[in-house]
Design a protein around this ligand. Structure first.
Ligand code: BEZ
Length: 326
C-alpha cells in the first residue's frame, strides 16, 4: 500500500515537472565568467533566439560571475536538476572525463579557427556524446575562449625564465603538468583573485588569455605578455540530463541547434576579438609583448606529450586531425 502511494507521489511529481516543461520554461544558465565576457554574451544571445523561435516557450536567464557557485558546484546542480544549463570550461569537465585533457595539449591548434575544426571533428564530438553517461548532463556543443598566453610581472625571454616563478593556473592536471615541467610553482586561483594577487606578489605571473588580460586589466600588474597561444581553452554547453529527459524531441532539437550555433559563434568572435585585445594591450605601452612558439619552451612540449600520450592515447587521434586542418 505504502509502496503504491510512493509510486503515485512520484508519478505526480514527474507529471508536474513535465507539464512545467510543456508550458513556459525559464532555464537558469550558470557561468563563472563575468557578465561582460564573450561567453556570457553568447549565452544571452542564445536565450533571445530560443525565446523567439519557441514563441516564448523557452527562455534563458544567465547567472554569470559564479553567482550560483563554482563550476564543481554547478556540475552537481546540473546533475540533481537544480540548475538547467551551464556554459562550462572543458577544464572542469576533465575532472570527470579525463580523456578531454587531451584537448589541452600544448600547440595542438594555432587559432580559434583551427579549434573550431578540431572541436567539431570526430574525436572531440565523440567525447561530447559520452557526457550524459559520464556526468549526467548533455553536451550541446563546444566554443572556445581566446588562446592561452602568459602575463608576467618578470622579464620573460624564454621558458627557462619561468623556473621558480609562482604562476597562477586554472587548476587541472594538463596545465599543472605544463607549468611543473617548466619548473614553475603553479598556484591554482580563480580569475577573480588574480588582479590583487599579481599586485601583492602572491603570484608572479598568470596563465590567461588576451580577453582576460585586457578586460580584467591584468596588464596593469605585469610587464611582459608572452604571446604564445600555447593552448586552446574550450567551453562546453551543458543541459541537465534530468531536464533533457522530460523534453519532447522537437524541443530538444531546437535547444541543441540554437545552443550549438551560439557556442560555435565564439570561434569567429575570438578570431576578431583576439586581434583587438592585443592592439589595446600594446596601445597601453605598459607591457612588452614577446612572441613565442613551441621552441620558446624548450623540450617541455615534447615531455608533456610523452606523459599525456600514455595517459590519454586519444591524443594521437586529435594530433592527426589537427595536422590535417588547412
Ligand atoms: C581561466 O580560468 O583562465 C578561465 C576561465 C573561464 C574562461 C576563460 C578563462
Amino acid at each position: 500500500m505504502q509502496f503504491k502511494k510512493l509510486l503515485t507521489v512520484l508519478a505526480l511529481a514527474a507529471g508536474a515537472t513535465l507539464s512545467a516543461a510543456a508550458g513556459a520554461k525559464e532555464m537558469r544558465l550558470g557561468l563563472i565568467v563575468p557578465a561582460t565576457h564573450e561567453w556570457t554574451k553568447a549565452a544571452n544571445a542564445m536565450g533571445e533566439e530560443l525565446k523567439q523561435k519557441s514563441n516564448g516557450k523557452y527562455s534563458v536567464t544567465t547567472f554569470p560571475a559564479g553567482q550560483l557557485g563554482n563550476e564543481a558546484q554547478m556540475m552537481q546542480q546540473l546533475q540533481t536538476g537544480a540548475l538547467d544549463m551551464a556554459f562550462m570550461t572543458v577544464a572542469e569537465v576533465t575532472n570527470r572525463v579525463p580523456d578531454m585533457s587531451a584537448l589541452f595539449a600544448p600547440f595542438l591548434v594555432k587559432s580559434p579557427h583551427e579549434a573550431e575544426v578540431l572541436l567539431n571533428g570526430p574525436t572531440a564530438q565523440k567525447m561530447l556524446q559520452s557526457l550524459p553517461r559520464e556526468i549526467g548532463a548533455v553536451g550541446l556543443g563546444y566554443g572556445v575562449a581566446a588562446m592561452r598566453v602568459m602575463l608576467n610581472a618578470f622579464p620573460t625571454n624564454s621558458g627557462a625564465d619561468l623556473k621558480g616563478r609562482k604562476m597562477r593556473i586554472t587548476p587541472f592536471p594538463p596545465v599543472r603538468d605544463f607549468y611543473q615541467l617548466l619548473g614553475a610553482a603553479s598556484t591554482p586561483m580563480p580569475l577573480t583573485d588574480v588582479y590583487d594577487s599579481l599586485a601583492n606578489g602572491q603570484v608572479d605571473g598568470v596563465d590567461a588569455d588576451l580577453e582576460l588580460v585586457w578586460r580584467m586589466k591584468f596588464y596593469e600588474r605585469g610587464n611582459t605578455l608572452v604571446h604564445s597561444n600555447h593552448m586552446m581553452f574550450p567551453v562546453v554547453g551543458l543541459i541537465s540530463g534530468r531536464l533533457w529527459q522530460q523534453l519532447p524531441p522537437a524541443d530538444r532539437e531546437l535547444i541543441a541547434a540554437t545552443a550549438r550555433k551560439h557556442l560555435n559563434s565564439l570561434f569567429t568572435t575570438y578570431a576578431t576579438v583576439e586581434g583587438e585585445m592585443l592592439k589595446n594591450i600594446e596601445g597601453t605601452k605598459k607591457v612588452k609583448v614577446v612572441k613565442a612558439g613551441p621552441e620558446f619552451f624548450g623540450d617541455v612540449p615534447k615531455k608533456w606529450e610523452e606523459i599525456w600520450m600514455k595517459r590519454t592515447p586519444i591524443l594521437a587521434d586529435l594530433r592527426k586531425e589537427a595536422a590535417a586542418i588547412k
